[in-house]
Design a protein around this ligand. Structure first.
Ligand code: ACM
Length: 490
């Protein structure tokens, strides 16, 4: 029923709007662009092109050279069609938008390096994955900007660790789909994954633990700085989360004084329960210096404007005061906090972002105070839930039938108010290997990309499947061990 309703406005739109095209005419692009105008004819791209790259286009320039190199197309001084990356002043394109014109030449225009990087990704999706003698590109003009600023995926590396190699591969995969925020859940009861030089036991003790059957480990600050740069080159900002004041057993096991006096459970934890641990909010002289010291190092490692302070699943009379103070600590460090939805009870600056995760949570009071939301309602975006009803080793607490691809695609961000972005999450209590992570994330993460970028009228599940099927060679080339949804017949 919902899909039919979504289709109607599309049919009424003018011909250049993508969703009104029939499938055969549809470009194999995800996320689908805001506007596609097809022109008659095709451009033949042989084995040489004349490339020009604006000096500002550092990352986009690297991406287009990589693309041409992978497709065995040489850059020549005087032979072949022009491929030009041009910076333009055109405020309607914003920070991330671009224009891609394919006529007798290929012209990519944007206000920023990021916009040009996304234009390169669109060109990449229009080209086959395997090198060929020549490439046929449709003549067209695409003008494209994202619906939402934040298009994220969250990886829980705390319950079970994911190696840097996996995070880099994940960033490569995100980039192809114009996803731009990698939220790392760096601490929880079962593990602490980020080196904090002022508190080395956090990783000596907390880094060595994990959920039962999961992987332990931690990232050095040097590794994380490298990862930040890796993400920056691909349009992906790493958003660190230190989950506070609950979900802190790994911190307490590392520094017992963080627990209230009389608490006897001071060991590392490998179970899957939630809501039992907390920093002692009755001991502000211990708790706040710890929080300040940790967050100071976090902002030093991660240039992200937004720093996630957690705030979920904990009851304490001083909880609201803690969130107020922790968001202020982040602000004093020159950044803006993100908190899970429960943080909405606190008094704080209304630029703090709230991340909605329970479908039914009453977030209206926070909206009334002017907060913006990151949408992660669990029954659509929690990809630790099954790809299908009954998938082994998946959660069912939020939705007993799991979160199949069509369900994930059916989230309608435009029906919410004050949305800053969309993010899907993979918690790792039951995800202990790279292969399982791939299975849970892909192809569902691709729905997040489209929900976060494409206009409502471009969204239709059957057409999405058609485009996803066409892009399958890209998933294979990226080495993704994706789940095979039956509706795709893969
Ligand atoms: C959450 O799922 N506890 C944010």
């Amino acid at each position: 029923m919902k899909r039919l309703l979504l289709l109607l406005p599309a049919i009424l739109l003018t011909t250049h709007i993508c969703a009104s095209e029939n499938k055969a005419n549809m470009l194999p692009l995800i996320p689908y662009p805001q506007s596609v105008e097809r022109q008659a004819g095709e451009l033949q791209l042989g084995q040489q092109v004349q490339l020009s790259v604006a000096s500002e286009a550092v990352h986009a320039g690297a991406a287009v050279r990589q693309l041409l190199g992978d497709r065995k197309v040489e850059v020549s001084a005087d032979t072949g069609p022009a491929v030009a990356l041009v910076v333009v002043e055109e405020s309607a394109l914003g920070d991330e938008g671009y224009r891609l014109s394919i006529g007798d030449e290929v012209r990519l225009e944007a206000q920023t390096d990021t916009g040009l990087f996304y234009a390169v990704q669109t060109l990449r999706q229009l080209l086959p994955v395997e090198p060929q003698d020549s490439y046929t590109l449709p003549k067209l003009t695409i003008v494209d900007t994202p619906e939402f600023a934040w298009r994220g995926t969250m990886l829980d590396v705390a319950r079970s660790f994911l190696p840097i190699s996996y995070l880099e591969a994940h960033i490569d995969r995100m980039a192809l789909f114009k996803l731009n925020r990698l939220h790392l859940h760096l601490s929880d009861d079962q593990g602490w994954r980020v080196e904090i030089k002022s508190h080395p036991r956090l990783t000596e003790i907390g880094g060595a633990s994990s959920v039962e059957g999961g992987r332990s480990g931690f990232y050095t600050q040097w590794e994380l700085r490298d990862l930040v740069a890796y993400g920056e080159a691909r349009g992906v900002t790493i958003v660190p989360e230190i989950d506070l004041p609950g979900h802190t057993q790994a911190a307490i096991a590392s520094y017992n004084e963080l627990a209230c006096q009389g608490v006897t459970n001071l060991s590392t934890y490998s179970g899957v329960e939630v809501g039992f641990s907390k920093l002692c909010l009755d001991q502000p002289d211990v708790t706040y210096p710890f929080v300040e010291a940790v967050l100071a190092e976090i902002v030093d490692i991660f240039p992200s404007e937004y720093i996630h302070i957690g705030g979920d699943e904990i009851k304490d009379p001083l909880y609201a005061e803690f969130i107020s103070r922790a968001t202020k600590i982040v602000a004093d460090l020159g950044r803006t906090a993100v908190a899970w939805e429960e943080g909405s009870v606190a008094e704080m600056d209304n630029n703090v972002l709230l991340q909605l995760w329970n479908d039914e949570y009453d977030i209206q009071p926070a909206l009334d105070r002017g907060h913006q939301l990151i949408l992660s309602p669990c029954s659509y975006t929690y990809f630790d839930h099954g790809n299908y009803d009954g998938q082994p080793d998946t959660y069912t607490w939020c939705r007993k039938e799991g979160v199949p691809l069509e369900r994930a695609y059916s989230l309608d961000p435009q029906s919410f108010k004050q949305i800053y972005g969309v993010e899907s999450a993979m918690w790792s209590e039951l995800v202990h290997t790279d292969e399982t992570a791939d299975n849970r994330l892909w192809p569902r993460v691709i729905t997040t990309a489209e929900l976060g970028w494409s206009p409502l009228e471009a969204r239709d599940f059957d057409r999405f499947l058609y485009r996803l099927d066409a892009l399958r060679p890209h998933l294979d080339a990226l080495g993704i061990e994706y789940y095979r949804p039956p509706e795709l017949g893969w």
